[in-house]
Design a protein around this ligand. Structure first.
Ligand SMILES: Cc1cc2nc3c(=O)[nH]c(=O)nc-3n(C[C@H](O)[C@H](O)[C@H](O)COP(=O)(O)O)c2cc1C
Length: 264
């Protein structure tokens, strides 16, 4: 997350540890090539529009002569932080399929110019094999999925987190205003309700997010996300994708993968 106060420090450590790939979102990773140039660590920015994609490609080219190693498009149906204003989420031009077509077209030109291969990956609301096939048909090299993999036996989140997914109804999924300063998609639980209806204050600030205004922010996002992973759902921010209400059971990754590839 570019929004982290110690973003540069974390990236440098990843490079030192010879991490293969850094996927960077929650902000525009303008300086990312500076930390990886000349190393084997690859970098992939997360973008939410063609405009954002062009900005990064041009800036990286001009300042670092660096071409992205991969592009991840996170559309408006993704879980967690979203790169749109809340009121833009329903716009036709922001549909993942529309952004995918535009970005694939633009990246083709960049590939020809730079002679580099740049896979484009689509993410957000991709549910089944048909969806995957659709995005591959639009020219994406792959898809990124999160929500369905949370509800697997292998996912290391607490069982209560997974149960919150199974119990979620369509009307429980809301766009919340995250302390990071971006909208986010989450399950509207008692915790979120309390932060919106009563005066809450942060008990301890870890100064983890550059833009977080600890005095006026009702809760600490780091703490709320850790509570979710640990299963303390009544104190937690439970991020989820827009399709979470379709999840009915916890299955193995093997079974999920079999289902996901069945029509490819
Ligand atoms: C619980 C949860 C936490 C997430 N946290 C992050 C995150 O920290 N950074 C990020 O870039 N994307 C995050 N995402 C978004 C996913 O990486 C992914 O692109 C997106 O949710 C895909 O859509 P899907 O969940 O509908 O499959 C998160 C998603 C979920 C469900």
């Amino acid at each position: 997350m570019v929004a982290l106060s110690n973003y540069a420090e974390i990236v440098k450590e990843c490079v030192k540890q010879k991490i293969d790939l850094i996927i960077s979102g929650a902000g525009i990773p303008k300086e990312l090539p500076e930390y990886v140039k000349g190393t084997k660590t690859k970098i992939a920015p997360i973008i939410s529009s063609l405009r954002c994609c062009k900005l990064i490609v041009k800036h990286w080219k001009n300042k670092y002569d660096y071409t992205p190693d991969m592009i991840i498009i996170e559309g408006p149906d993704a879980g967690g932080h979203l790169g749109y204003k809340a009121e833009e989420l329903q716009n036709e031009e922001n549909k993942l399929e529309n952004i995918t077509k535009e970005v694939v077209e633009y990246i083709k030109g960049v590939e020809e110019e730079t002679k580099c291969e740049i896979p484009v990956i689509s993410a957000g609301g991709i549910w089944d094999s048909k969806d995957i096939k659709k995005f591959l048909g639009l020219g994406a090299s792959g898809v990124q999925m999160a929500t369905r993999f949370v509800a697997t036996e292998e996912c290391d989140a607490a069982d209560e987190f997974k149960q919150a997914y199974i119990n979620a109804k369509k009307e429980d999924i809301k766009i919340i205003k995250s302390p990071v300063g971006m909208p986010g998609r989450a399950i509207y639980n008692n915790f979120i309700r309390a932060t919106e209806t009563t005066k809450c204050k942060i008990e301890k600030c870890y100064k983890c997010i550059k833009t977080c205004d600890a005095i006026n922010t009702p809760y600490c996002i780091t703490k709320a996300l850790i509570e979710a992973v640990n299963g303390n759902i009544d104190k937690a921010l439970v991020f989820c994708g827009s399709n979470v209400y379709k999840i009915k059971e916890i299955i193995s990754v093997h079974k999920l993968m079999q289902e996901l590839v069945c029509e490819l």
